[in-house]
Design a protein around this ligand. Structure first.
Ligand code: ADP
Ligand code: MG
Length: 506
C-alpha cells in the first residue's frame, strides 16, 4: 500500500480519474466535418455550420462514434445502456460557439454504465478498478494566445470531435471497498491500461502528447484505518503521466499538511503548475459553475439494441486482461511478468511472435525480454516515457530470442554464452544466434570426460577448500563451480559441472 508518513499518523491516498479519449472516426460526433484533428491542419478548415452554431443548423449523431463507444464499453467490462440521452452542458467560453457542450446528463445513465478494468496493484497482484460510467460528448475548439501580442485566435477544427469521458467509481457507501486507484503508480498503470484497451479496439489513439487523451485528477487522503472518505480536490486537464504522478503526490502532501495543522480541505478545483510541479487553488466550490444541464431538444434519445451490442461484441480482439490470463494459465508466467509483457500491445505481440506457440519456451523468453531486452532500450525503435510506445525490435527479432532460448534448452550453449551472443547481436554483429555461435566457436562443453578432468584439477589445486567443504561448509560448492567454469573458459555445462563436483567432493 502506498502510504505517506505524517507527523501523527500514516495517510493513504484515494484517487478518482476522469479520462477523456478522442473517439477515432472520419467525421465529428455531431457534424459531417472531418474529425482528423491534428495541429498541422490549417486553422478553421475542418468546420461545419453545425460546429460553429449557425442559426438553424441541427446536430446529427454519428453512428460510428456510438459504435466506438459501445466497443470501449465492452472493453471496460461495462453495462451498455439500452437507452440514453444527450444534454446541453451550458457555459460561455470563446472556444465553444454553441454556448453549451453537448454531453450526456450527469444524473442519468450514459451509454456506458458500471464496469471495471484490471491493473497490476502496487503489491504486484491484479487489482480491479471500478468504472462508474463513460459518456459521449463533443470536444471544444482551441484558443491560441501565443500567435499575436494583443490578439487571441480561435481554431474550431477540434470543435465537436467526439470525446469519451471515462470516470472511475468510488463506493462512498462502502469505503472499505478498495477497488479504486490508491497511488501515483496505480494511476499511471490505470491510464496505460485504458490507453492499451482503446488502441487494441481502434477506438482512440489515446495519445497524451497529441492531446487525444487527457485526465482530470481527483485526490483525497485519509488516515490509514479511517473508515470514511474525505473531501477531494480536482486537478483539471492533465496531459502527461509524469505530471499526473507529480500532481497526485504533491496534492496529497499538501492536504496532509493542512489536516495536520488543524485545517480542513474544501472541494476546490486545482491548477497544476508544470514548472514547479505544484498545485494551487484555481477556483473554490462556491465559484463552481452551475451548468444547468437540460435534455438537448435537437437530439432524440439514443436506443441501442441487443443485436447491435452482440454484433460489436463478436468483433472484439483479445484485450490485455485476457492476454494476461493466457500468459499465466497457458504459459505459467507470474502475475508480474504477465503485467510487464502486456504494458503495450506491441510488447505482447512481440512476445507472442517469439514464443511462436511453443509454451515450453515461454517462461525463458519472458525472462529474456523482461530482464535483458527491457534493460537495453537502444534495441527498441521507440521506448520513451512520453508515448510509451514500444515498436518493433530494431536489432534483435522475436525469432532471434526463440533461437537463443532453444540453443540453451538443447545444450548447444550455456546461459553465459547465450548472453555473449545476445550482446554481440545488440552490438550489430549480424546473423542468427546459431551463426554467431559457430563463428566464435561458442559451444557448450557437455563431454563429461573432459569436464571431469577439469574438476579433478580444480580439486587438486584447492586442498584446504576441499577440507572445509567436507567438514560441512557446503556453500563452497559455488567456489568450485566458478573455478571449473573459469578453467573451461565458460564453456562447460553448469548442470553437468555441479553434478560431477557433488559426486567427487562427497
Ligand atoms: P463531479 O460530478 O463533481 O465531477 P464525480 O462524482 O463525477 O464528481 O466524481 C469525479 C471523480 O472523483 C470520480 O472518479 C470519483 O470516483 C472521484 N471521487 C469522488 N469522491 C472522491 C474522494 N473523496 N476522493 C477521491 N476521489 C473522489
Ligand atoms: Mg464528473
Amino acid at each position: 500500500m502506498f502510504i505517506i508518513k505524517g507527523k501523527t499518523c500514516d495517510w493513504e491516498l484515494v484517487i478518482g480519474l476522469e479520462t477523456h479519449i478522442q473517439v477515432l472516426s472520419k467525421s465529428k460526433v455531431f457534424s459531417g466535418a472531418s474529425a482528423d484533428y491534428n495541429p498541422s491542419v490549417s486553422p478553421n478548415t475542418q468546420v461545419s455550420m453545425v460546429d460553429v452554431a449557425m442559426p438553424g443548423m441541427l446536430p446529427v449523431l454519428n453512428e460510428h462514434c456510438v459504435e466506438q463507444v459501445i466497443k470501449m464499453g465492452l472493453g471496460l467490462n461495462a453495462e451498455i445502456s439500452r437507452i440514453s440521452r444527450f444534454a446541453r452542458k451550458q457555459y460561455f467560453y470563446p472556444d465553444l460557439p454553441q454556448g453549451y457542450q453537448i454531453s450526456q446528463p450527469a444524473d442519468e445513465p450514459p451509454i456506458v454504465g458500471r464496469g471495471w478494468v484490471e491493473i497490476m496493484g502496487d503489491d504486484g497482484a491484479p487489482k480491479k478498478i471500478l468504472i462508474e460510467r463513460a459518456h459521449l460528448e463533443q470536444d471544444a475548439g482551441k484558443l491560441k494566445h501565443d500567435v499575436h501580442p494583443t490578439k487571441s485566435f480561435a481554431d474550431y477544427n477540434r470543435t465537436s470531435v467526439g470525446l469519451l469521458e471515462i470516470v472511475t467509481y468510488l463506493d462512498t457507501k462502502d469505503p472499505e471497498n478498495r477497488s479504486y486507484i490508491s497511488s501515483p503508480d496505480e494511476a499511471e498503470r490505470y491510464l496505460r491500461e485504458i490507453r492499451e484497451i482503446a488502441r487494441a479496439l481502434g477506438v482512440s489513439k489515446a495519445n497524451m502528447e497529441e492531446g487525444s487523451m487527457r485526465a482530470d485528477v481527483n485526490v483525497s487522503v485519509r488516515p490509514v484505518g479511517d473508515k470514511n472518505f474525505r473531501t477531494r480536490t480536482e486537478t483539471k486537464n492533465m496531459v502527461s503521466f509524469k505530471f499526473i504522478k507529480t500532481a497526485i503526490e504533491y496534492e496529497a502532501r499538501r492536504q496532509i499538511e493542512i489536516y495536520e495543522n488543524g485545517g480542513t480541505i474544501s472541494q476546490d478545483t486545482m491548477h497544476f503548475n508544470q514548472g514547479e510541479g505544484t498545485t494551487t487553488v484555481m477556483r473554490s466550490k462556491e465559484d463552481a459553475l452551475d451548468y444547468r444541464y437540460f435534455p438537448d431538444p435537437d437530439l432524440l434519445p439514443l436506443e441501442i439494441s441487443d443485436e447491435t451490442i452482440e454484433r460489436i461484441r463478436r468483433t472484439m480482439p483479445e484485450l490485455p486482461s485476457a492476454t494476461r490470463a493466457r500468459y499465466t494459465h497457458e504459459f505459467g508466467l507470474s502475475d508480474y511478468d504477465a503485467a510487464r509483457l502486456t504494458e503495450t500491445t506491441e510488447i505482447s505481440r512481440w512476445f507472442d511472435t517469439a514464443v511462436n506457440g511453443n509454451a515450453k519456451h515461454a517462461k525463458s523468453i519472458a525472462n529474456w525480454l523482461i530482464s535483458e531486452l527491457f534493460a537495453h532500450p537502444e534495441n527498441w525503435d521507440v521506448k520513451n516515457e512520453k508515448s510509451g510506445i514500444v515498436d518493433d525490435m530494431r536489432i534483435i527479432t522475436p525469432g532471434d530470442i526463440y533461437e537463443l532460448v532453444d540453443m540453451i534448452s538443447d545444450n548447444t550453449v550455456n546461459g553465459k554464452q547465450a548472453k555473449e551472443i545476445f550482446i554481440k547481436m545488440l552490438d550489430g554483429e549480424g546473423g542468427t544466434p546459431r551463426e554467431i555461435a559457430d563463428k566464435f566457436g561458442m559451444k557448450q562443453m557437455t563431454d563429461t570426460g573432459a569436464i571431469e578432468k577439469i574438476v579433478d584439477e580444480v580439486i587438486a589445486a584447492n586442498p584446504s577448500q576441499v577440507e572445509q567443504y567436507k567438514s560441512g561448509k557446503v556453500g563452497l560448492l559455488g567456489f568450485f563451480v566458478g573455478n571449473v567454469m573459469k578453467a573451461s573458459k565458460g564453456q562447460a555445462n553448469p548442470a553437468v559441472v555441479n553434478e560431477i563436483l557433488r559426486k567427487k567432493l562427497a
